[in-house]
Design a protein around this ligand. Structure first.
Ligand SMILES: *[C@@H]1O[C@H](CO)[C@@H](O)[C@H](O)[C@H]1NC(C)=O
Ligand SMILES: *[C@@H]1O[C@H](CO)[C@@H](O)[C@H](O)[C@H]1NC(C)=O
Ligand SMILES: *[C@@H]1O[C@H](CO)[C@@H](O)[C@H](O)[C@H]1NC(C)=O
Length: 155
């Protein structure tokens, strides 16, 4: 419960701090999908765990968020959608700005997202201007942040 409150507060703070242009939905024209060259290394950033918990980026990542999008996924291919998120991270700006992407289903939409009250669960793609470590993640409330993917891009 505490985690949830902290997270909601954190996401709400992001929604206020980020410029409007960073809050476009993927389908409304997010960063271009750009294939990641094989000269770059993509590494998993999620904590390795034996338990059933899923993880989502915690408060330590608040000031590293470059872009985020929440949407109803039309595809059930989570691998493909997570890959698209990572490739959009690479396609952000001049391809050196976005260092990590997090993708998951059932993420709480922050209040104020497109003028909505938020609070509902949607698929999310979050992009960061630095690589993430397992220490950047917090345990997600049950049923949230399902099928998570987090990748660091190092070129
Ligand atoms: C990421 O963005 C934040 C907020 O704009 C900035 O304070 C921080 O220095 C940036 N970090 C990197 C590694 O560029
Ligand atoms: C899902 O997407 C991945 C990556 O694009 C692809 O390799 C895989 O074949 C797809 N799986 C299905 C069941 O379509
Ligand atoms: C990618 O990983 C390989 C093997 O660990 C390493 O030799 C190489 O320097 C890395 N490349 C980049 C761009 O980080």
């Amino acid at each position: 419960m505490l985690t949830r409150i902290i997270l909601l507060t954190a996401l709400a703070a992001c929604a206020i701090a980020l410029p409007t242009s960073n809050r476009l939905r993927l389908r409304a024209g997010g960063p271009a999908i750009k294939p990641i060259p094989s000269t770059c290394n993509v590494t998993n950033a999620l904590p390795i765990t034996d338990c059933d918990s899923t993880f989502l980026p915690g408060p330590s990542t608040n000031d590293a968020v470059l872009y985020y999008a929440y949407y109803d996924s039309l595809s059930t291919n989570t691998t493909s959608l997570a890959e698209q998120c990572l490739q959009q991270c690479y396609g952000f700006g001049d391809s050196t700005q976005c260092k990590a992407a997090f993708w998951a289903e059932n993420m709480v939409v922050p209040a104020g997202y497109y003028g909505s009250p938020g609070g509902n669960l949607e698929t999310a793609c979050l992009m960061f201007n630095r690589t993430l470590t397992s220490a950047d993640f917090v345990v997600a409330p049950e049923g949230q942040a399902t099928s998570p993917y987090a990748g660091n891009i190092e070129c």
